[in-house]
Design a protein around this ligand. Structure first.
Ligand code: DGL
Length: 254
């Protein structure tokens, strides 16, 4: 069985790539719902339906562990889907999000003033704030929705996306001790942010999630034992094959 990854588009590929670098022997399947992107501006009901169908499809495609490499889904509907649907349908498989591991990383660090940037949905959900509260972690967290970035990043206009980020958030980033890239698409901007704001700690999920998956698998032998080890990767995008080939090459050179 495989490790499945799911994002609204291509952002989650950065998490998959980093995970595969750390854990190359497993078999992976990725689903990017490029036909329905962006999720960040959709209603909770729409995200629920799309996420339900995508996760179910990945389970049927043979995933025994699914990483929802999307903050918007992790924030809005993941818990509900786990509790009411997937724990019953697939009791011996697991689906995990990216927000709780990011919170864990933040709590492990010595950061006390952070800026969260993400989609409108992620910011409005206040999921980061709620999870931090559960951990009793005292931090001054401000959150800013930056919805202009995802379409630019999907179009591979990374420089334009960074300029848009600066227009929206230059002051906020300059004054923050840390910036949490609370959208998997934003991981491609981490180097530019680090270069221009060297005093700011950048929390980027491609640098957080792989080690959390590794540690999860070490603790959950019942899931790990089911994973096959042929080092394969399959990338499915709901949009179309020309783009699929270009992205596959860019990210995985296959
Ligand atoms: N990559 C997704 C996230 O982490 C969001 C992109 C979108 O708006 O669809 O939130």
């Amino acid at each position: 069985m495989k490790i499945g990854f799911y994002d609204s588009g291509l952002g989650g590929l950065t998490i998959l790539r980093a995970t595969r670098e750390m854990l190359p022997y497993y078999d992976y399947v990725y689903f990017g719902d490029t036909a329905n992107l962006p999720y960040g501006d959709k209603s909770e009901e729409e995200i629920y339906t799309l996420a339900h169908d995508a996760i179910d499809k990945l389970f049927q495609d043979g995933a025994s562990l699914i990483i929802v490499a999307c903050n918007t889904i992790s924030a809005e509907v993941l818990r509900k889907l786990q509790d009411t649907v997937f724990n019953n349908l697939y009791p011996d498989r697991r689906v995990l999000g990216v927000i709780i591991p990011t919170i864990e990383k933040l709590v492990e660090s010595d950061i006390h003033n952070a800026l969260l940037i993400g989609t409108r949905r992620t910011v409005a959900s206040k999921k980061y704030e709620r999870e931090l509260e559960k951990k009793n972690f005292t931090i001054q967290l401000s959150a800013l929705a930056t919805p202009r970035l995802v379409p630019l990043i999907e179009a591979h206009e990374f420089q334009a996306a960074f300029s848009a980020l600066q227009e929206i958030a230059h002051g906020n980033i300059s004054n923050a001790e840390a910036v949490i890239l609370g959208c998997t698409h934003y991981t491609v901007l981490k180097d530019m942010i680090r270069e221009v704001y060297p005093h700011v700690t950048v929390l980027s999920q491609d640098e957080i999630i792989p080690e959390k998956i590794m540690s999860y698998l070490q603790r959950h032998n019942e899931i790990e034992a089911k994973l096959t080890r042929n080092g394969t990767i399959e990338i499915i995008l709901s949009e179309g094959s020309e783009r699929y080939e270009r992205i596959k090459k860019l990210f995985f050179n296959v």
